[in-house]
Design a protein around this ligand. Structure first.
Ligand SMILES: [Zn+2]
Ligand SMILES: [Zn+2]
Length: 334
């Protein structure tokens, strides 16, 4: 009898597929059943017939895809069994609610990391290494040049930039993605320096988290009522610095907080005064730590520098296969 080996998770043109359970992880085409690692747009698409994500991701998924989508929440560490396959969600440390998804069947364990970072940012549930045989890992920053400073060092730099601007009544604007980076900034900047204003896109996400009792510090939404006096010395967190809501600010300093700020070219082209290297993705060293801690022998790099990273892993004796995603180009959410 010929036994055909079918891996528990497969890489299809709709996304990561588990045939045994007939469901997908972070699919980019419409499917009946989707498990979602987190609510960033390259992982959570609209149109699936059912969604399962962590309780913390659920309100953001609904905010982004519609209140009435057929979505339900699961706690970190809770197990569901679908046709014999055990699934559970574990903290990925990427943004609030983000999860790695573990799948186990007949003793074989796979982990799909989604996006992750290994440093505890203080507001997202901290990354937990999960033992497995097969590890699907993002590698957005899978090159040796990407090494992050400890976040406290970066926040010291941000705080001193803000307080020196504040002493000159200048408004400090940090460009940051509205889901993830914005909440990390709000949580970790020194609240004593001054008031924090947020773009409405950020404030919507903040409020969705506050409704489920995630402690996002007090922020003031930008609105046409906010005067130039109000904005003097304040910090503004916004996905863009060209918002008309910022027209009242007399003197401004614009910064960006992102892993891409390692690149001089990006800093130069970004129309910014300061670039803070602060990423919600794992760096080169963290990738190695995570892969080692997973105990996996089979590694599947996805998102980012997959070719270089996969070659490097092969040299280290790992079995690797690159996972292609339709949205591999969408790597600016960092
Ligand atoms: Zn993400
Ligand atoms: Zn991503």
């Amino acid at each position: 009898m010929l036994l055909l080996f079918m891996p528990l998770l497969q890489f299809t043109n709709k996304g990561i597929y588990c045939e045994q359970a007939d469901l997908y992880i972070d699919p980019w085409k419409k499917v009946p059943k989707a498990l979602i690692t987190h609510a960033h747009s390259d992982h959570a698409r609209s149109g699936h017939k059912s969604y399962l994500c962590t309780h913390e991701t659920l309100p953001i998924l609904k905010l982004r895809l519609g209140k009435h989508i057929p979505a339900s929440g699961i706690a970190y560490g809770e197990t569901i069994i679908v046709n014999g396959v055990k699934f559970s969600f574990h903290p990925a440390g990427h943004i609030i609610g983000s999860a790695q998804i573990r799948a186990e069947y007949k003793g074989e364990i796979w982990v799909a990391s989604g996006d992750y970072k290994v440093e505890d940012d203080g507001i997202s549930a901290a990354y937990e290494p999960i033992l497995c045989h097969h590890f699907i890992t993002e590698c957005t920053f899978g090159l040796p040049i990407y090494k992050w400073d400890k976040q406290q060092k970066v926040f010291d730099q941000i705080n001193s930039w803000w307080s020196s601007n504040a002493s000159e009544k200048t408004t400090s604007i940090i460009k940051a993605y509205s889901l993830g980076k914005a909440q990390r900034l709000i949580h970790n900047v020194d609240q004593n320096i001054g008031k924090i204003f947020t773009h409405p896109a950020v404030e919507k996400v903040n409020n969705a988290f506050r409704e489920i009792n995630i402690p996002i510090a007090k922020t003031i939404p930008l609105s046409p009522k906010v005067t130039s006096k109000d904005l003097e010395g304040a910090l503004v967190i916004s996905p863009s610095s060209s918002s008309e809501l910022l027209n009242n600010a007399k003197s401004i300093s614009v910064a960006s907080a992102s892993g891409w700020m390692m690149s001089r070219k990006r800093r130069r082209n970004g129309n910014i005064d300061r670039g803070f290297v602060l990423s919600d993705h794992v760096d080169w060293i963290g990738l190695h730590e995570a892969i080692k801690a997973s105990g996996a022998s089979h590694i599947y790099p996805t998102h980012g520098n997959t070719v270089t990273f996969s070659r490097y892993l092969k040299e280290q004796g790992y079995q690797t296969e690159i996972v292609k995603t339709e949205y591999a180009g969408e790597i600016d959410i960092d």
